[in-house]
Ligand binder design. Structure first.
Ligand SMILES: *Cc1c(COP(=O)(O)O)cnc(C)c1O
Length: 411
């Protein structure tokens, strides 16, 4: 039996892994609640939650129990057969979101691919768009995963570079611009697909009323409004779904990340009856999608979210976090954006890169990740306490003070 000493692990990763990530130099070995531990036993406050996948904290006992009990009973069966776990999970998903039917997948990207297929087929079969002509409108700055179709409609050069040719049928509009959306709609438009708050773009919150206006436009033009709630959903922004901040019910949503309770990948496309009705047996599927293990954990995660009122908690905690961040009044912080516990802190590059800030935060015992060079993402597990948020902000304050004054200000 070979045993790998932990300290060799990053070198092995570097030697044998593809270099498609640039992780911070910390080697994690354990997680519990809002905390993570490295090889040396140093404890960190997790202000990243694996991009929202760990909204319930690391190894939540109730979710681990659901996982282990189900794993001992029946883990994978495929959709060739019914299982006793899938129905209750789908019912809970529909009841909580107010939509009619759910199609389970594994990763967020697969849920998005499912939404794209549903929208196109709905366009041909229900709306009457000529075959092969369906158009889906997407905002610039979108992030929806890494499949070839999805990076094909990204506006980020690096996500696309070298990976074409790409699928046609996507039309770009600026994010937050309702007039541009109206101009982009044609008789062949089947869907407007967007994040209610853009996560990977740097926690970009659109102008108040944008989603509501998009809802009205889509209804008027017989276009599906599909919200990608993979990151913003399940309480992250202080509502069950981020689109609920504007009282909007989309025709379909994609969920993922937190849906797996921080234990395994679980995603879903959840939609209105007439949208989901386009799928017939054999149209679409996934070997692992909706497996009993995923369904048991997903159901337990949804029940936990509801019972512990984590969305309401995130709303309050987020207000506190943003208030404390605003109060820093440090010249290196040019903007604080976000809703609930999805917060972006914009750092003036004249002081430091966001990665440098994250490196220094790491030395202060706080783990986070930069996005788009200038934004520090603060998205802790929803089970975080006010005192723990204060700890994170205090650490950020120490980091900001440690940054050298930029020369242009020193002059
Ligand atoms: C992370 C993310 C995805 C993709 O999820 P994966 O599980 O990484 O495939 C899709 N949409 C949004 C908004 C995301 O943040």
């Amino acid at each position: 039996m070979s045993q790998t000493t932990p300290s060799r692990a990053p070198a092995l990763e570097d030697r044998y892994g593809a270099h498609n990530y640039a992780p911070l130099p910390v080697v994690l070995t354990r997680g519990e609640g809002v905390h993570l531990w490295d090889e040396q036993g140093r404890r960190y406050l997790d202000m990243m939650s694996a991009y929202s996948a760990v909204s319930f904290g690391h190894s939540h006992p109730e979710l681990v129990a659901a996982l282990t009990q189900q794993a001992q009973r029946l883990a994978i069966a495929s959709r060739a057969f019914h299982t006793d776990r899938l129905g209750p999970f789908l019912e809970k998903l529909c009841r909580m979101t107010g939509l009619d039917r759910a199609l389970p997948m594994n990763t967020g990207a697969e849920a998005v691919e499912t939404a794209i297929k549903a929208a196109r087929k709905w366009g041909y079969k229900v709306k009457g768009v000529p075959e092969g002509q369906a158009q889906i409108i997407v905002p610039a700055g979108n992030f929806a995963g890494r499949t070839t179709t999805i990076v094909g409609f990204s506006s980020e050069a690096q996500y696309r570079d070298g990976f074409g040719p790409f699928a046609p049928g996507f039309v770009h509009v600026p994010y937050g611009d309702i007039a541009a959306l109206e101009r982009a709609i044609t008789p062949d438009t089947v869907a407007f697909f967007l994040e209610p708050i853009q996560g990977e773009a740097g926690i970009v919150v659109p102008p108040e009323g944008y989603l509501r206006a998009a809802r009205e436009l889509c209804t008027r033009h017989h276009v599906l409004l599909i919200c990608d709630e993979v990151q913003t959903g399940l309480g992250r922004t202080g509502r069950l779904l981020a689109c609920q901040h504007e009282g909007v019910t989309p025709d379909g949503i994609t969920l993922g990340k937190a849906l797996g309770g921080g234990l395994l990948p679980v995603s879903a496309f959840v939609a209105r009856e007439d949208v989901m009705a386009v799928f017939t047996p054999g149209d679409h599927g996934s070997t692992f999608g909706g497996n009993p293990l995923a369904a048991a954990v997903g159901l337990a995660a949804l029940e936990l979210l509801e019972r512990e009122r984590l969305a309401e908690g995130a709303d309050e905690l987020g207000r506190h976090l943003r208030q404390r961040l605003f109060a820093l009044k440090h010249p290196a912080v040019t903007e604080v954006r976000g809703k609930g516990l999805l917060v972006g802190v914009e750092i003036d590059p004249g002081f430091a890169s966001a990665r440098e800030v994250c490196m220094r935060l790491m030395h202060e015992g706080v783990l986070s990740k930069d996005t788009h060079d200038t934004v520090v993402r603060l998205a802790p597990p929803l089970v975080v306490t006010r005192a723990q948020l204060d700890e994170a902000v205090d650490a950020l304050q120490r980091v900001l003070r440690s940054l050298e004054q930029p020369s242009r200000l020193a002059a």
